[in-house]
Ligand binder design. Structure first.
Ligand code: NDP
Length: 329
């Protein structure tokens, strides 16, 4: 089968289309014939070696990357119950979706309800579940809260803005350009800040009458994290969940005290999708929100599998306005 392989860590040019053997499902696994693979920032970190020492997201070379996909079950391994050949499924956090077929642990797979488009189902698994756990579990937003969402027009960003609004929060989104500001507002952001052009910390203070926000969702990392603490209210929460601009410098603990005794957490999605029940509950919530018309999933661009490196260039080049997908079957 065709798959995108990484033999050495490095730039997008390291993504090579190769012929590899079709995998077979083992105990507790299913083989999925992929319709789509999602392109996510985690694929960049796995390709460039940022996760070389991660136990949670292992990157043994050579490897087929891709952590999100959807398609039909082609084969069911021993010991799997409740899933059958032909079922339409989606999943994330199992490596190898940039390929025609992938073997996936059955407990990570959810059935896609009739009426949900497969491109949308793919997107909901990793980016959707991320926005879900951030807004419902890591810091469960409630009416009256105010949150700051960095990169509010990106893939996760647009979904997080919508879920935060659905929870009743006031949303301030940072964005890299005027057209992204428009997009974040269309998704429901109450305020947008062009963080390349102005001091977002000062602007947040102005917008909150000096108080600061209850929570910052920071996916940008190096360029924003130190200033994100200063946008928080006293005893607010900073969730540093990504590093699109590079890994942030280590944080001196006293800095958290000086920012108002704030809290800092650095979560992995895997710890918020730790069981089949948790995965299914998040997916069910997201599928229902889409079915009700309450969650808009923006599919930005769809690339053929062979153009995975162009897709990585797009996400790293800050050119995403929603989801990037690879179309496979
Ligand atoms: P996005 O579509 O959000 O793309 C990244 C965006 O980050 C860009 O569009 C850009 O928006 C902003 N950005 C700021 N600085 C830079 C820079 N120097 N280089 C590139 N982009 C920059 O990607 P995703 O939605 O796929 O992922 C968003 C983030 O969420 C990633 O950091 C990812 O690692 C993280 N994530 C974390 C998870 C977790 O559980 N910890 C799970 C899933 C995703 P702008 O132009 O507006 O500045």
């Amino acid at each position: 089968m065709k798959a995108i392989q990484v033999e050495k860590f490095g730039g997008p040019e390291r993504l090579m289309l190769a012929d590899v053997s079709k995998p077979r499902p083992g105990l507790g696994e299913v083989l999925v014939r992929l319709a789509y693979a999602g392109v996510n920032y985690i694929d960049v970190y796995m390709r460039d070696g940022s996760y070389a020492r991660s136990h949670t997201y292992q990157t043994p070379l050579p490897m087929t990357i891709g952590m999100e996909g959807a398609g039909r079950i082609e084969e069911v391994g021993e010991g799997v119950s409740g899933l059958s050949v032909g079922d339409t499924v989606a999943y994330c956090l199992s490596r190898g979706s940039y390929a025609e077929f992938a073997v996936v642990p059955a407990w990570k797979v959810v059935r896609v309800p009739a009426g949900i488009d497969l491109a949308i189902a793919t997107t909901l698994m990793l980016q959707g579940s991320t926005a879900h756990y951030l807004s419902r579990s890591a810091f469960p937003l409630k009416r009256g809260d105010t949150c700051l969402v960095h990169a509010g027009a990106g893939g996760v960003g647009q979904l997080l803005v919508q879920l935060a609004k659905r929870a009743g929060a006031t949303v301030i989104a940072t964005v890299g350009s005027e057209d992204k500001a428009r997009l974040a507002r269309e998704r429901g952001a109450d305020h947008t800040i062009l963080y390349r052009q102005m001091d977002f910390g000062a602007e947040v203070r102005r917008l909150t009458d000096g108080r600061g926000v209850d929570v910052v969702y920071d996916s940008v990392g190096r360029d924003t994290l130190p200033r994100s603490f200063r946008a928080l209210k006293r005893r607010g929460v900073c969730i540093s969940f990504g590093a699109s601009s590079g890994q942030p410098e280590p944080v001196p603990l006293l800095e958290l005290a000086e920012a108002g005794s704030v809290f800092l957490t650095r979560p992995h999605l895997a710890d918020y999708m730790a069981s089949a029940d948790e995965i299914r509950a998040r997916a069910a919530d997201l599928f229902a929100a889409v079915a009700e018309g309450a969650l808009h999933v923006a599919i930005d661009k769809v690339f053929p599998l062979a153009e995975a490196s162009a897709a990585h260039g797009t996400i790293e080049g800050r050119a995403t306005r929603g989801k990037l997908l690879l179309k496979i079957h």
